[in-house]
Design a protein around this ligand. Structure first.
Ligand code: GAP
Length: 547
């Protein structure tokens, strides 16, 4: 990590503290690692980021419905999802200094150290990056926070704070389906708090123990259902137009790419240019066993290139798991599919079943081989098991029934806010009118997410007419968006205060205003000033704020 980048994160966090974006949680008691509070500007920024996501993902579309589920849910949900058994990081402890750390992060911690310790046990390559001491054998540490529901502190009452918002969506899939007038393909979106007892929370708000997620589970038909109904499945090889309207015959691959592009579009809209993030397509051996594909959108944070959000094609894994563990069928009924299947004669049905069986066997074999890094040959029993599952699946399809597959774009609110702040932060070296060097600290936040949209300044406090016009304008604007009122200090200083807050427009009411109703609007990034009427200003602002 370059020193310059490290210091830019220090400068950003100092600004965030000074201007009320981000504070340490419980600061007067010494703070809590991995917990952060958002101050007056931070919580406005957060609201705007969440609102933008909701508008883009839910309200702006006809095929997505919202959900707001509880943080604590039935513990069986976490058994079904796999979190109880596998949501763990390898943890190790230094036998000397007693520091706890993630075994898989030791190399990064070591790389960050200015003064690098040498191993106390000569020749050891697994030693404490802080003191060189001997480390304990890594042990899996489950990241879910435990709590007890009800007055009796007994293991039977243990519950968990959710480590992701996604599982509530799967658990409520049937309710939303039957009450929202949606049909597959459609999505369910949720934003809200998630909790992970991260072993080593690091890099400011990047990896926190309490954070918010914005997740969409977009349910699609399995490819086999599309094949049955339309006689073909559109894949990426067909070069489909994913910028145009969505199509019924798109297979999972196209839907996945479509959502990657949608997420990139969203990131652009809130202020991250495409050239500042990269798409990392996970390699077959990196994928979870149920995942068909996963793309991480990575951003160049000051502490290195890191995941901002992910878009995963998760097959029917989650709903199938909940069906298995709850005993409640998660299948949907698709009448057009049933009608299409009715048209097939026995020979066509048999051919369809055989084709599906061989595709499933082939897919499993390829996935296992990719994971193992060598050719894996399935045993005869495994082949039979897959073929029997494929047969059952096909018979259900002929009845118009299937468990939907899912594409999951999953983003973190706090992580996106940090990326937006890093992207926006600039220290400009300027020369003032007297020829003196000056530094202007400015947050180039997109107006769509900026915490304060405009600030109103009467030029001369003692001028009653100016004060009245400015106050009336302020009252009018604050009914529409977040506006600040500032009468203290020279205009230049008032501009600087707003630059640091990322306010896109500063309005100065002056002598001319009281004559012709126009005021100056100073644009934050260009620092250009234009005279406008209230109507002109509102038209310009609405255009910039619209999604
Ligand atoms: N449902 C899938 C899921 O939760 P994830 O990659 O574990 O996937 C999704 O999390 C996103 O949530 C991440 O890309 C990141 O933006 C955010 N996130 C995850 N853990 C976080 C943490 N400890 N602190 C802040 N944000 C986090």
């Amino acid at each position: 990590m370059a020193e310059e980048n490290k210091s830019s994160l220090d400068a950003l966090s100092a600004l965030c503290k000074r201007r009320g974006f981000i504070y340490h949680s419980s600061e007067i008691y010494g703070g809590m690692p991995g917990f952060w509070d958002y101050g007056p500007l931070g919580c406005e920024l957060k609201q705007n980021v969440k609102q933008a996501w909701w508008q883009f993902t839910v309200r702006g579309r006809e095929d997505v419905a919202g959900l707001d589920a509880t943080i604590i849910m039935h513990p069986k949900i976490w058994k079904a999802s796999g979190h109880l058994d596998t949501f763990a990081d390898p943890m190790t402890m230094c036998k000397d200094c007693k520091k706890l750390m993630r075994a898989d992060q030791i190399k990064d911690i070591y790389a960050d150290q200015k003064k690098k310790p040498q191993p106390k046990v000569a020749g050891s390559d697994f030693f404490c990056p802080y003191c060189g001491g001997e480390l304990t054998e890594p042990k899996p540490f489950n990241l879910m926070f435990k709590t007890v529901v009800g007055p009796i502190d007994d293991p039977s009452n243990v519950a968990y704070l959710r480590p992701e918002t996604a599982q509530a969506i799967f658990a409520q899939f049937l309710n939303v389906l039957s009450t929202s007038r949606q049909a597959v393909p459609f999505g369910i979106a949720q934003m809200g708090k998630s909790f992970r007892n991260e072993v080593t929370p690091r890099n400011y708000t990047f990896r926190s123990r309490e954070f918010e997620q914005m997740e969409l589970e977009f349910f699609i038909r399995p490819d086999e259902a599309i094949e049955l109904q339309y006689g073909h499945v559109v894949t990426l090889a067909d070069n489909p137009d994913i910028d145009g309207p969505v199509q019924d015959d798109w297979g999972w691959e196209v839907w996945h790419k479509y959502w990657v592009e949608q997420r990139k579009r969203f990131l652009n809209a809130v202020g991250l240019p495409t050239e500042h993030f990269v798409e990392y397509w996970q390699k077959p051996d990196e994928l979870a066993h149920y995942a068909r594909a996963c793309v991480d959108i990575e951003y160049d944070f000051p502490f290195g290139r890191q995941e901002l959000e992910g878009i995963a094609a998760r097959s029917d894994f989650d709903l199938s798991q909940h069906q298995k563990h709850s005993g409640v069928s998660q299948m949907v009924f698709d009448d057009p599919l049933k009608q299409a299947a009715k048209k097939l004669d026995d020979a066509a049905r048999s051919a369809f079943i055989e084709k599906t069986k061989s595709e499933w066997v082939d897919r499993r074999q390829k996935a296992l081989s990719a994971k193992a890094g060598r050719e894996i040959v399935l045993s005869a029993e495994e082949v039979e098991e897959i073929k029997s599952a494929a047969q059952k699946f096909c018979l259900n399809l002929f009845d118009g029934k299937y468990i939907p597959h899912v594409i999951e774009p999953s983003a973190g609110v706090d992580r996106l806010m940090l990326a937006l702040l890093c992207e926006a932060y600039e220290e400009q070296r300027l020369t003032d009118e007297k020829g003196k060097d000056d530094i202007r600290t400015v947050l180039h936040l997109s107006p769509k997410v900026a915490p304060v949209k405009a600030a109103v300044f009467p030029l001369i406090k003692k001028d009653e007419a100016q004060m009245k016009f400015a106050r009336d304008l302020f009252e009018k604007l604050r009914r529409k968006f977040n506006v600040q009122w500032d009468v203290s200090g020279a205009i230049g200083r008032r501009y600087r205060r707003q630059d640091e807050a990322g306010t896109p427009w500063c309005i100065t009411v002056d002598e001319q205003t009281t004559k012709d109703g126009t005021f100056t609007v100073r644009e934050r990034d260009s620092m250009e000033q234009k005279r406008m009427t209230t109507a002109e200003f509102l038209a310009m602002a609405y255009e910039a704020l619209e999604f």
